[in-house]
Write a protein that binds this ligand. Structure first.
Ligand code: NOJ
Length: 523
């Protein structure tokens, strides 16, 4: 386990939209380098960069055409090595986004794989041996795209053919078992890509990977994903031997499976049943992001107010995996609606106070620190409704909110210039801003080992349909009342207040919380 994860706080950057240094309307690596001081001052000490590799961008870069080449619109490989170097000088780690399950249909491997004549890459993807195989057993096949007599499986969009790590219990002649040499060759090719970026250039390498759809490798895997896990454990062995400080964080949302498979941390995503939804996005939207019913998120001041819905999912995972690795809570990401869509400015600070005082490794999505809004732009690069959470960062009130010097109609996506659009500049000048709250929370977390990743969580008061929610982390008692009305609970502890939002107290065996308040006491 890389030691640095113990006090890591990540900042997720969607490179298209962060900062455009060369004025072409699209964010770039030089732009990120110029904003490293900002990220550091925020209190984050690690970055997750969404894919920045050569790509036709039909899925925003999750369709990789060349894993070893930075997309020219972001800069060059040298710029990425420079980013690692500059980040490291400031004590920041950088994770790249590894897309192991599929490539772009334009990747050279696929171009060769789809040829009629057998070659080294014929089995790099999963091809049936005739066109009539499509539709079998839930796989999604694409037909009519190649001269080869077969159809291939995709992982996500049509442009993302699934790489061949094998099929568990093959039942068709064209399906290969995971230990087939042509399937293990895919695994070795993946390791080669990882080593390329971890080694970097002249000692300038990345610090690990966020791994896309980490559970997607072996097809027809069993419910415990044992064949996929075996591949990751093999990769982890390589990392432990050669890059013991490299971190692997999975997009899996099932820590009971991912952590024993070798990941150091796993995201809790907004999948059904993950518990995350009950906290911040327990609502339904139509295709235009309009609410179609009530918002029962825990952090709504008039919400259902029930933390037990979250704990019922989280605690068993936490208890069963706390010695194996970390669970990562997120403010949001490039696939979820902006957290501010469901929570108003009075509710966001309480949500962040919770997310940043829980165990595990938290992730802050760019712009959430100022409460950037979810917009409704037309779909871009396969984003569909996700596009609204991917708009340019709002740095200042100036042209294009300080994101880019380009003409406004050349921006990657429209920037939020509407009334009340938040900006870094305005919030830096306001000690009561959301940005100031985030900074204070992260400063506290970073200075207190008991508030970092370590598994020292103890629930003190959590009752169905009742508030507050009170928990302990080592020497700290933490209480939270997201509801609009005062709430109190019996808590047998005395402590010195160290941080508060709103009015709250802990004495005489009672924790008393005003409406929408949060407190931390050191006992
Ligand atoms: C998950 C990524 O987060 C998402 O943005 C992408 O579209 C899919 N995986 C496919 O790679």
């Amino acid at each position: 386990m890389p030691k640095w994860l113990e006090n890591a706080v990540f900042y997720e950057i969607y490179p298209q939209s962060f900062f455009d240094a060369n004025g072409d309307g699209v964010g770039d690596l030089e732009g990120i380098i110029q904003k490293l001081d900002y990220i550091q001052a925020l209190g984050c000490n690690a970055i997750w960069l969404n894919p920045c590799f050569d790509s036709p961008f039909k899925d925003a870069g999750y369709d990789v055409r060349d894993y070893k080449k930075v997309a020219p619109r972001y800069g060059s490989n040298e710029d990425l090595f420079r980013l690692f170097d500059e980040a490291h000088k400031k004590g920041l780690k950088v994770l790249l986004d590894l897309v192991p399950g599929h490539t772009s249909e334009e990747h050279e491997w696929f171009q060769k794989s789809k040829m009629a004549a057998p070659n080294e890459y014929s089995n790099r993807y999963i091809w049936s041996d005739s066109w009539i195989s499509w539709g079998l057993d839930g796989f999604r096949f694409i037909a009519g795209e190649a001269e080869r007599n077969g159809v291939y499986i995709v992982n996500f969009f049509k442009c993302q053919p699934a790489l061949n790590y094998g099929v568990l219990n093959p039942w068709q002649p064209w399906q290969l078992p995971p230990d087939h040499p042509e399937c293990t060759a895919t695994r070795e090719a993946l390791k080669d890509i990882m080593c390329f970026w971890l080694r970097g250039d002249k000692g300038r390498g990345c610090d690990g990977f966020r791994v896309d759809m980490a559970d997607s490798l072996v097809k027809n895997d069993d419910p415990g994903k044992s064949a996929t896990a075996q591949i990751w454990r093999n990769i982890r062995e390589m990392l432990d031997a050669e890059f013991p400080e490299a971190a692997m964080i999975s997009e899996w949302s099932s820590p009971g499976l991912s952590l024993p498979a070798g990941f150091h941390a796993d995201f809790l995503l907004d999948h059904e049943g993950s518990g995350y939804k009950s906290l911040v996005r327990d609502y339904k939207l139509d295709g235009e992001n309009r609410f179609t019913g009530p918002n029962n998120s825990f952090f709504k001041k008039d919400g259902a107010g029930d933390i037990t819905r979250f704990l019922a999912q989280y605690m068993p995972w936490y208890e069963n995996t706390k010695n194996a690795g970390y669970i990562s809570l997120i403010t949001g990401n490039h696939d979820t609606p902006r957290i501010s869509l469901g929570l108003d400015p009075s509710e966001l600070p309480l949500a962040y106070a919770f997310l940043f005082t829980m165990p595990g490794v938290p992730f802050l999505y760019y712009g959430d620190e100022i409460g950037m809004r979810h917009l409704n732009p037309p779909t871009k690069e396969g984003g569909y409704t996700r596009t609204g959470a991917r708009t340019p960062m709002q740095w200042s009130k100036g042209k294009n909110m300080g994101f880019s010097a380009a003409a406004t109609d050349r921006l990657y996506l429209p920037v939020d210039t509407g009334p009340g659009a938040p900006s870094v500049e305005a919030q830096e000048a306001d000690p009561r801003s959301l940005l100031a709250t985030v900074k204070a929370l992260l400063r506290l977390r970073r200075s207190e080992p008991d508030l970092q990743a370590r598994p020292n969580l103890e629930i003190l008061y959590a009752e169905q349909g009742r508030l507050p929610f009170v928990y302990r982390r080592g020497a700290f008692i933490i209480a939270l009342n997201p509801g609009g009305a005062p709430a109190e609970a019996a808590v047998q502890a005395q402590g010195r207040p160290v941080y508060a939002i709103g009015g709250c107290s802990l004495d005489d065996g009672r924790c008393r919380m005003e409406g929408q308040s949060f407190g931390i006491w050191k006992v």
